[in-house]
Design a protein around this ligand. Structure first.
Ligand SMILES: C[S@@+](CC[C@H](N)C(=O)[O-])C[C@H]1O[C@@H](n2cnc3c(N)ncnc32)[C@H](O)[C@@H]1O
Length: 183
């Protein structure tokens, strides 16, 4: 049966190009960083954020093992500080909210920093760029985050920025995701 979170790549792919800049806002174990690194190729650039040293170590090991192009910068800082690390714009961004799989479940993304991070991301997103925000509502903070992200994204002007939500209607506690496209 459908793995909803795998379908978000279908939306990202048309926006990704060789040589462009992409941002992984929640590096975790590096699977999204690896996907972005391969997609933009050696001439592109990937910034990846996480607040946990363990995530940087895990991601660095994965990228090395998979022989990813050396086009990435792993940043140990909160994603809401995007502007401290990126002066220009970027084409594709991925937020995979929640806690580090296999790590400390008490360290999770929090709406206090997630919302400013999404606002910063949308302001630096290129025209014809896109963002994905995956939400895990099965834990308390995830449920709050999901509602607050939806409220934030509902307020953007549709003529400039499209925002959409993809979820399983008969399983509301399953992960779901938002898509943001800048026209
Ligand atoms: C669900 S995991 C990400 C999974 C990852 N994309 C992958 O492919 O393995 C969420 C990650 O967000 C990180 N995180 C929590 N708060 C953060 C923040 N303020 N800025 C950046 N990363 C944060 C957590 O440490 C955790 O590793």
């Amino acid at each position: 049966m459908l793995d909803l979170l795998e379908t978000h790549k279908h939306f990202i792919m048309p926006h990704l190009c060789r040589g462009c800049t992409a941002v992984d806002f929640t590096m975790g174990n590096g699977h999204d960083t690896l996907f972005l690194s391969r997609s933009v190729g050696p001439e592109g650039k990937v910034l990846a954020f996480d607040i946990q040293k363990a995530a940087l170590l895990s991601t660095a090991a994965l990228l090395e093992k998979e022989n990813a192009p050396k086009n990435y910068t792993l940043i140990c800082d909160s994603h809401h500080r995007l502007r401290d690390y990126l002066s220009g714009s970027f084409r594709v961004g991925m937020f995979n909210l929640g806690f580090l799989p296999g790590g400390d479940k008490s360290i999770t993304t929090l709406h206090e920093t997630t919302l400013p991070a999404i606002e910063a991301a949308i302001s630096l997103l290129e025209r014809n760029g896109c963002l994905i925000v995956a939400v895990y509502p099965g834990h308390a903070e995830g449920a709050v985050e999901g509602r607050m992200v939806e409220e934030l994204l509902s307020g953007y002007d549709r003529s400039r920025i499209l925002t959409a939500k993809f979820m399983l209607v008969n399983s509301p506690s399953s992960p779901f995701f938002f898509l943001v496209e800048k026209g």
